[in-house]
Structure formats: structure tokens, C-alpha cells
Ligand binder design. Structure first.
Ligand SMILES: [Zn+2]
Length: 532
């Protein structure tokens, strides 16, 4: 093992997908490891817990379910899925400008009941403001909270409090968060709040939050002494919270809380609300892992979302007037467990090989810069358990270069975090006879979770709704994402507020200018901005 890899081996705890998924005490400790025991009071106040797995298609959920099944452990999402009291529906996700949405108009659709264009947060292309569920709830004396593993100014939470034509204008979006005054705002994104962290910021929004009475937390250990009497701002990383598997394995990332811990704190705070609350919880990096074609990264982020459902179960057992909605905003990457071997009979064996992985692809990708192909081979095998060839190591190195334009098709554009690695790890090769038949044992069998792009996809997403009045407020089994706005207002017993709408044809007139130049470079840098 090369010097570099040996040093890394000492630093990493070595928890793999298998050890994490098999051992339930690992989950419990995610909440307990700060020394904080979160327990809930019994109340009869109404609350909405809206849980988003960003870019979490059913294929990702199924893969985690099957992996758990093979390891003899259960998945809370599927227990709820199978419960006859759960409302299960399919939801359309197209936006005003496209059959394939991005997170901004998808989340705005839930928040406002209106379709807007890709890249827009709760404002129409003609500038008309769309009032959000966050604002309406506050006007009606409900408290509001947001918890996410992305930056708190990223599109999914932002669409519930911001009216910005540019989802990337995150410094100003942070100011809009202050305008709403949520009781809880937790996740990453310190660089858009703190001038200390980011001297280029025009304003130290962190001080503004403090002036408004917020208690600010930037380290998991500070959560031992949380003051529930003050509104909470938790910003635990400069950018997004690191991937779950990396947080568990790398000591340097230990000071970032789990999504389950942040969710438990948010619920504890919000149950003090006088009238009730709306809380959005986002497992925001399932999408990022799928963008990076990182199969095991996406599975682990989804496992973290599943822990949140356990926390929510605990909460609703004491607060029965709670409505829980769990869904995704769109698919990403075309995540699929692909058939391998004759009659697909090697599929399970290939699939289970992901158990040995112990880092996300972006984490591994950061380790391989400036390394020789030989070192890359060692690094990849150390973190994933998959041996790769020198040629493949070379391909992975090339995929990190700005000159690399993708390994297949038009849609695998530059691998911002080495999507080539995901493709390499999914490879299985079989000896083929002269007639083209597969013969004998495989020459090479790695994993079999493959992606067909690094972009979002347009298929319907599944919605689970359970808890108080779920059957009453969601009474269709197939609807558009905009319909959940109405369901939430109905649940909160707030009269319907109709937001303005516009047609796709009308929108086109306004969007023409915005989209007139769309270079390959622009596409790649836009993706990079969202996920890194
Ligand atoms: Zn999204």
C-alpha cells in the first residue's frame, strides 16, 4: 500500500455499508452521541412534517430495501408503505418550463400550488410573487421550521420562504430566510451567512439573525446545551453537510449532526408552538450522490432519511394530530439495479458487493487528485473493496480533468466528482462464445447499480402520507406536485389562497432571454454550483 493510502487507512473508522445497515445501535447513537436525549411531550397540537428525499426515485428506495432485506434488517419507509392506513400515491413533477424539473420549481409547487419555471423560487417568470405555505402558516400563527443536509439556502427549503428568480442567489436568499423568521433553520451553508467564513459576502447575515434573537449553533457538541426558548439557527458546515457515510467514517467530520438529530431537535422546538407548525425535513444529498453516479452514497443518504422516519414515529406516538408526508421532488441519474449474468442470475451477488464500500465517490475523488494510476488503483480498492485495472484508473484520473467531456452520450457531461468511478464500479464482464452466448464464470464481477445520466429525470414520484387526517386531505392516488399545497392548507384549516398562474407558452416569452445561451461549460458549472 502506498504511503498516502496507509495514512488514510489509519484515519478512517472503516464502517461499511453492511456494518451500518446491520447494526441498529448505530442509528440510536446518532441521536444519543451528543449526550443529548431528545424526548417529546404529549400534545394535541396539529403539525405537518413534510419529508423530502431530494432526487430519490423509487429505484433508490427499492435498492436500499433489498439490501436491508438481504442483511436481515428492516426499513421504516417500507413498513409505512405497506401499512393499509398509509395513503400511497404517485405525483407528477413537471415544471412550467420543462417536463424535467429542478428542485426549485418542484419545491415551489408544494409551497404555492403554482408551477413556475426551472431555476425560479416561488416567483413566476413575469415577476409575480407566489405566496408560500411558510408565509401563509406564519400569518395564521403557526410556527415554521426547516432541516436539511444541504445548505439551508438551497432550493428545496428556499422555495418555501424565498421569491427569487435565481436559486443560486444564496446570499440574498439567506436574508429572505430572516424575513420569514422560522423557529428552526438547520443544515449547512455558513458561507452565505458569515462574513468571517466568506469575506466576499456583502452582509454578515449571521449577526442579523443574532440581533433578531436567534441562538446560533455551528458544531454538533453545542447541541448538548440547546436553548429551546430561542429560535434556532444551526449551520454546521460552510457548504452542504458532508455525506452520511463520510461523516461516520472520518473523524474530521464528526462535528456535523445527523439529519435525524437535527429533526429531533426541530420537533422538540416546534412542539412548543402555541397553535401548531409546519416542518420541512430534507435529505438533500440523495440527489447529489445520484448526480455523481454514486450508488452507495445515495443508498446511505436514503438510510439517513429512514432514521428520520423513526424519529418521526416517536414524535407522532405522543403527538397524534400530526400529518406526515414523505416524497421526492424528481428522479436523478436513472439509478437502477441492472440485471447481470445469464438470465440475470448474478444480479444479487453483484448487488451485495456494495456492502463493503466505506466512502462516498466525491470523498474518494478528492483523494485521487495528483495521484498515479497505480495509487488510484490502491485508493479505490481500499475505499470500495473493488479492484480496478490500470486503464480504469487512468479513465478515472481523466474524468477529473476539465477537458473530459463524458464517457458516453451527450448527457454524461463533465464528471464534477468523477462519475466515471461509479460506472467503473458497476462493471461486470462475461466470457462470450463465438455465437455470442455467455459461457462459464464471469471474468469480472463488480456491482451492478448503473446510471444512464448525471441529470434529473421526469418520472412520477411516490408520495406516502400518514398520521392525522391523511386520508381526508389527500384523496387522489395520482396528482401533480402543486396539489400538496391544497392538502396542507386544508390540514391547517386555512382558507385557500389562490396564487397567480401562467401558461408554459406565456412563460416562454420571459424565459427566451434567460436561456438564449446554454453552453456545455454553463451546464457543467451550474451542476457544480448546486452539488458541491
Ligand atoms: Zn431536487
Amino acid at each position: 500500500m502506498a504511503e498516502f493510502t496507509r495514512r488514510e487507512a489509519i484515519e478512517i473508522f472503516g464502517a461499511t455499508l453492511a456494518t451500518l445497515l446491520i447494526n441498529p445501535t448505530v442509528y440510536a447513537s446518532q441521536i444519543g452521541d451528543t449526550g443529548v436525549k431528545i424526548s417529546f411531550e404529549e400534545t394535541d397540537k396539529p403539525g405537518i412534517i413534510f419529508i423530502v428525499g431530494d432526487g430519490m426515485p423509487v429505484s433508490t428506495l427499492t435498492a436500499l430495501y433489498r439490501l436491508r432485506q438481504n442483511l436481515g434488517t428492516k426499513m421504516t419507509f417500507y413498513r409505512r408503505f405497506q401499512d393499509p392506513n398509509t395513503v400511497v400515491a404517485y405525483m407528477g413533477t413537471a415544471s412550467l418550463s420543462s417536463v424535467v424539473t429542478d428542485s426549485a420549481p418542484a419545491s415551489a409547487a408544494w409551497a404555492t400550488g403554482t408551477h413556475t419555471a426551472n431555476h425560479f423560487l416561488s416567483v413566476l417568470p413575469n415577476g409575480k410573487i407566489l405566496k408560500t405555505i411558510g408565509e401563509i402558516a406564519k400569518e395564521n400563527d403557526y410556527e415554521v421550521g426547516f432541516v436539511t443536509t444541504t445548505r439551508v439556502t438551497h432550493a428545496t427549503p428556499a422555495a418555501w420562504y424565498s421569491h427569487n428568480k435565481d436559486r443560486d442567489d444564496e446570499a440574498n436568499i439567506a436574508l429572505e430566510a430572516l424575513k420569514l423568521k422560522p423557529a428552526v433553520l438547520m443544515g449547512g451553508g455558513l458561507k452565505y451567512f458569515s462574513k468571517n467564513t466568506n469575506p466576499k459576502l456583502p452582509n454578515d447575515t449571521l449577526s442579523d439573525f443574532k440581533k433578531e434573537g436567534y441562538e446560533v449553533y455551528t458544531d454538533k457538541n453545542q447541541l448538548k446545551n440547546i436553548d429551546y426558548n430561542k429560535p434556532i439557527l444551526g449551520l454546521f458546515n460552510k457548504s452542504h453537510i458532508d455525506y452520511y457515510i463520510d461523516r461516520l467514517n472520518d473523524k474530521k467530520l464528526e462535528n456535523q449532526p445527523s439529519l435525524a438529530l437535527m429533526s429531533a431537535i426541530a420537533l422538540k422546538k416546534l412542539q412548543m408552538a402555541k397553535k401548531g407548525f409546519v416542518l420541512q425535513i430534507e435529505a438533500g444529498r440523495i440527489d447529489h450522490a445520484n448526480h455523481a453516479n454514486d450508488a452507495f452514497g445515495a443508498l446511505m443518504e436514503t438510510a439517513e432519511l429512514d432514521q428520520v422516519l423513526d424519529v418521526v414515529d416517536d414524535y407522532i406516538s405522543k403527538n397524534p394530530k400530526t400529518l406526515v408526508i414523505v416524497t421526492s421532488d424528481h428522479g436523478t441519474g436513472g439509478f437502477g439495479v441492472y440485471g447481470t449474468g445469464l438470465d440475470y442470475n448474478d444480479s444479487t451477488e453483484a448487488f451485495l458487493k456494495y456492502k463493503q464500500v466505506k466512502a462516498s465517490i466525491p470523498y474518494i475523488a478528492n483523494k485521487i487528485d495528483n495521484k498515479s494510476p497505480k495509487e488510484v488503483q490502491e485508493i479505490v480498492e481500499y475505499y470500495t473493496g473493488f479492484p480496478i485495472s490500470l486503464d480504469e484508473a487512468q479513465l478515472i484520473i481523466e474524468s477529473r480533468s476539465p477537458a473530459f467531456t463524458g464517457i458516453t452520450g451527450n448527457y454524461l457531461y463533465r464528471a464534477y466528482d468523477s462519475c466515471a468511478l461509479g460506472a467503473v464500479l458497476a462493471k461486470c464482464v462475461y466470457p462470450i462464445s463465438k455465437d455470442g452466448d455467455q459461457i462459464g464464470k464471469p471474468d469480472l464481477r463488480r456491482g451492478n447499480i448503473y446510471f444512464v445520466s448525471t441529470t434529473h429525470t421526469g418520472e412520477d414520484q411516490v408520495v406516502l402520507a400518514y398520521g392525522y387526517r391523511a386520508q381526508e386531505v389527500i384523496n387522489s392516488r395520482r396528482f401533480e406536485n402543486t396539489d400538496l399545497y391544497k392538502s396542507m392548507l386544508n390540514f391547517l384549516r386555512i382558507s385557500y389562497h389562490k396564487n397567480p398562474t401562467m401558461s408554459s407558452a406565456q412563460a416562454k416569452v420571459y424565459l427566451k432571454e434567460l436561456y438564449k445561451s446554454c453552453s456545455y461549460e454553463k451546464l457543467a458549472s451550474s451542476l457544480e454550483l448546486h452539488v458541491s
